[in-house]
Ligand binder design. Structure first.
Ligand code: FE2
Ligand code: FE2
Length: 282
């Protein structure tokens, strides 16, 4: 179910779903899913989750940083960001549950690991200049997440039963809404700066390529996984954003499909256990 909220003049959407009814804290993945998963999938999924769990939780650090400058931000932006944080923290808890039942890692261990993280805002300062640049950074990051979670859903989540699959689908849907909400605010309140969007996105993409690693401040967490994505990934994401803002053409469908179906040359294509309809309601 989608909840629509009117934030000032912009329509802000939230995908209203209940974590408890998707995956319980003590959920157990039946052994047959582990036995039947294609070779290497269990290990790779554990590895992937060991990063994604915590990068979702890093949303708190970014939010807290923005709050230290809240006097500079508009009320509508802050209202949108509060809804965004609710979702991201739900992703954190949902992925903790997923990681727990895929890897056996205890909740206590995850809590300890998270508390030891050092969130370094400095390397991404360029994205945080003002409300406008933060919104542009959100569009870039969230659209990247939509396609990477789509890819993960196809490669990993779909192999471990309906609960895990549903979790993956909600991630894709929520990140899409976060993208859309940021775009709405840009169009409603920052339309006079739309000509700055493309150069800023190009600079964000360049920064991501030079960062090499993720600095645990939520944005640009794909810096650590660039090998999994096609070389033109960022360029196509930028085109999607510009088209959404009405200042560019949509990329062609093949380029879009490549974002989540492309595989590196030496990579074995992971067979699908069952056809997955990503357009199906979650
Ligand atoms: Fe998220
Ligand atoms: Fe998000």
């Amino acid at each position: 179910m989608t909840t629509y909220k009117r934030v000032g003049g912009a329509k802000i959407n939230q995908n209203a779903w209940c974590l408890e009814s998707v995956i319980a804290r003590d959920h157990v993945v039946p052994q047959r899913y582990f036995d039947e998963a294609p070779l290497g999938i269990v290990e790779n999924f554990r590895d992937l989750l060991s990063r994604d769990v915590f990068s979702e939780g890093d949303s708190r650090a970014l939010y807290d940083y923005v709050m230290t400058r809240k006097a500079e931000m508009s009320d509508d932006f802050l209202a949108m960001l509060a809804l965004w944080l609710q979702d991201e923290l739900k992703h954190y808890e949902g992925l903790r549950r997923t990681y727990h039942c895929i890897s056996g890692t205890s909740y206590e261990t995850m809590t300890r690991l998270f508390s030891e993280r050092i969130h370094d805002i400095k390397p991404i300062k360029m994205l945080l200049e003002d409300e406008f640049t933060i919104l542009v950074a959100i569009t870039f990051d969230e659209m990247g997440s939509v396609y990477s979670y789509r890819r993960d859903l196809r490669e990993y989540y779909c192999h471990f039963g309906p609960e895990i699959q549903k979790m993956g689908r909600h991630l894709v849907k929520d990140e899409g809404m976060h993208f859309n909400n940021a775009a709405e605010l840009l169009l409603s309140y920052h339309a006079h700066r739309l000509d700055e969007v493309q150069p800023l996105l190009e600079n964000i993409s360049k920064l991501e390529k030079t960062l090499k690693k993720y600095h645990k401040a939520f944005f640009l967490d794909h810096a650590q996984e660039q090998h999994r994505f096609p070389p033109h990934f960022n360029q196509v994401v930028i085109q999607v954003i510009l088209a959404r803002l009405g200042v560019g053409d949509r990329p062609n469908p093949t380029a879009l499909k490549d974002l989540w179906q492309w595989t590196p040359q030496e990579h074995t294509i992971v067979p699908l256990r069952e056809p997955l309809n990503l357009a199906a309601p979650v």
